[in-house]
Design a protein around this ligand. Structure first.
Ligand code: XIL
Length: 330
C-alpha cells in the first residue's frame, strides 16, 4: 500500500520513522530540538520521528508575521497551535520564532500610512497578542531575528527605517511585559565564529545588557557548509561572559549536490555539537528541519542540499549517529 502525500517537494510516498536511539535526553540538561512544519505533521513517519528523537521543537514558519498575522485585525494561530499542541502532548519544549524579522512579513505592514508611533503600537500589540496566546506553552522566543547586516552594520530593514534603532530594545521590553516568564533571545546567522558579524552582534547584545533590556540569550543559527567554524566554542564563551546564555537555533550542514559527502558532513555536525557542549551556558541545539525532503536548504542554496540528519526517506545518516555519539560524551 503506497499512500501519496503532498510534501514540500511535491508528491511522495508515505514514510516510516527510523528505529534508532533518540537524541532527546542525551545532552545532560540541554535541549535537542528540530524545526517542524505544520503541513508535514500529518505524515505519520515524520511526526513519529520528531516526537521520538527530540525534546524540543521550533515551528519553522508558522509564527512569522505573514503566517500568524496576515491582516491587521486577523491572527491565524491554527498551524502554530497544531505544532505546539503536538509538542506539549509529548513533553517537548517549544521555541517561538520569531517576533521581529524583516522577512516573511504581510504586505499590510508596509502600508506607508503607518506612522512611526502607529507602527510601534502595532508591534506592541502583535507581541502581546502572539505571546499571550501561547503563554505557558512557549517558553522562549526569538524576539529579534537578523538585525545585523553581513558587513557588521545595522541591517537596513523597514523596522530600522520606520522606527529607528530603538526597535530592538522596544521589542524585548514589550516581550518581557507580555510574558515575564519567557526566555528572550536575540537570533542571527553568521556570528558563529569570530569576525566582523560576530563582533557586531556582540556589540549589539552588550549594549542591550548595559541598558538593562531584558534579554536572556543569543541564538546562533548555524546554517553552514562542511568547512569547520574556527573558534566556535571560544566565541560562544565570550557571549556568555556578558551574562547571557547561548543556543544553536537552526543547525544544518549543506553539501554540494552529487558529491560523496556523508563523512565530511558527519564530522562538521560533530564539531558543531561539540562546540555547544564545550560551553556550560550553551543551553541547547535545534536542527533546522528533520530530513532532506523537508529542508529549506535546496531552495535557499541552489546546488546544495542533503543538509539534515535524516535523508528524504527518514533514514538516519552518518551525521545523526555522529551527533548522538558526541551528545553521549563520545
Ligand atoms: C526559512 C524556512 O526554513 C523556510 O521554509 C522559509 O521559506 C524561509 O525561512 N533564518 C531564519 C529562519 O531565521 O526563519 C529561516 O527559515 C532560515 C534562515
Amino acid at each position: 500500500m503506497l499512500a501519496l502525500l503532498a510534501g514540500c517537494g511535491g508528491q511522495r510516498e508515505e514514510r516510516t520513522a527510523p528505529d534508532v536511539p533518540p537524541l532527546r535526553g542525551t545532552a545532560a540538561g540541554r535541549f535537542v530540538g528540530v524545526a517542524v512544519r505544520a503541513d508535514v505533521l500529518g505524515d505519520a513517519g515524520y511526526a513519529t520521528a520528531v516526537g521520538r528523537l527530540f525534546d524540543a521543537v521550533t515551528p519553522e514558519n508558522e509564527l512569522k508575521w505573514a503566517l500568524v498575522h496576515p491582516k491587521p485585525n486577523r491572527y491565524a494561530f491554527a498551524a502554530a497551535d497544531r505544532i505546539v499542541d503536538f509538542a506539549r502532548a509529548r513533553g517537548m519544549r517549544v521555541r517561538g520564532h520569531t517576533l521581529v524579522w524583516h522577512d516573511q512579513t504581510p504586505p499590510w505592514l508596509g502600508d506607508p500610512r503607518l506612522t512611526r508611533a502607529r507602527l510601534i503600537a502595532v508591534l506592541r500589540r502583535h507581541i502581546f497578542t502572539v505571546m499571550r496566546h501561547f503563554r505557558g506553552r512557549i517558553s522562549e522566543w526569538d524576539v529579534v531575528n537578523e538585525a545585523v547586516a553581513d558587513d557588521g552594520g545595522p541591517r537596513r530593514t523597514f523596522w530600522l527605517e520606520r522606527i529607528g534603532p530603538s526597535y530592538i530594545a522596544l521589542a524585548f521590553r514589550f516581550a518581557h511585559e507580555a510574558d515575564p516568564s519567557a526566555r528572550l533571545v536575540y537570533n542571527d546567522y553568521g556570528a558563529e565564529g569570530p569576525g566582523l558579524k560576530s563582533d557586531a552582534v556582540y556589540a549589539l547584545v552588550s549594549a542591550l545588557k548595559r541598558q538593562g533590556v531584558p534579554i536572556d540569550a543569543v541564538g546562533f543559527q548555524t546554517h553552514v557548509s562542511t568547512a569547520p567554524v574556527e573558534g566556535f566554542a571560544s566565541n560562544l564563551r565570550r557571549f556568555t561572559r556578558l551574562g547571557l546564555d547561548v543556543e544553536l537555533t537552526e543547525v544544518d550542514v549543506r553539501v554540494p549536490d552529487g558529491a560523496e559527502a556523508a563523512a565530511r558532513q558527519a564530522l562538521a555536525y560533530r564539531r558543531i555539537v561539540g562546540a555547544c557542549l564545550a560551553v556550560a551556558r550553551c543551553r541547547g541545539i535545534v536542527f533546522w528541519g528533520l530530513d532532506d525532503a523537508d529542508s529549506w536548504v535546496p531552495h535557499a542554496y541552489p546546488g546544495y542540499g542533503r543538509a539534515a540528519l535524516l535523508d528524504a526517506d527518514l533514514r538516519v545518516k552518518p551525521a545523526y549517529t555522529a551527533v548522538r555519539q558526541v551528545l553521549m560524551g563520545g
